[in-house]
Design a protein around this ligand. Sequence first.
Ligand SMILES: [Zn+2]
Length: 255
Amino acid sequence: MKIRGLVLSSRPHKEQDRLIRVLTIENGVLLACAPGAGKTGSRHALSAQCGTLSDFTFNHSRGFLYVKESEMVEPFRGLYEDIEKLTAAAHILEITSDVCVSQDISSVIYPVTICALFALSETQKNTSPVISAFEWKVMDVSGYSADLSACPCGKSEKDSSFAFSFNRCRIFCLRPSCLSEAGKYKVISIGAVEALRFFKRAEASNLFSFTVSDEVSDELSEITRKYLCEHLEKKYCKMDMLDLIKDYSICESSE
Ligand SMILES: [Zn+2]
């Protein structure tokens, strides 16, 4: 039986094999050995690469899966165009790998991750909004959904700025009585609130078809990353490293 899956990680095993973790829609995350995949020109070398969507058939032997046949379906070539896209893809695979702990959650995350990789691979623009949409959707479907309805006071209909409360996981208006309820919060524009609402209701297939201004993109990025790191209790720092590289190259070119 052919199983389609996204290779989340691929590491060397024995002389020339690779151990791969494959995200599938119906079987959760599978761990398998791809014999000979570490050898250039091997029949599994391309399909067992990290970040590749491939079709596999497996053999069972002594409680372990071995790749018998494999065929690369989508290599997401655009990701290899620049370091920013590649780093963003690694960030997305890391989150996917961490949250897909059961078959149920894997089947929900699978289309989100695949569509995110397509969006990153094809975008000619900033990768940051794609990452924000991915991070927010993942939190939403993993049981960390935030309440994005209007402030409970009922007076915020026409407001243009709000407070997103990280510990209350909801929106408040900026009136002093409401802010005192918000705890730890960040002030965000109505544009950012609308984008978060869109991420929440969109299907994976159109989750990444939107545009935002650079200002809103920066606001989103700060909120979705912080929300993700706090709830998953992990510091996801791949994208921060990228910022360091960018800062460094700006310094270099200005000298
Ligand atoms: Zn209020």
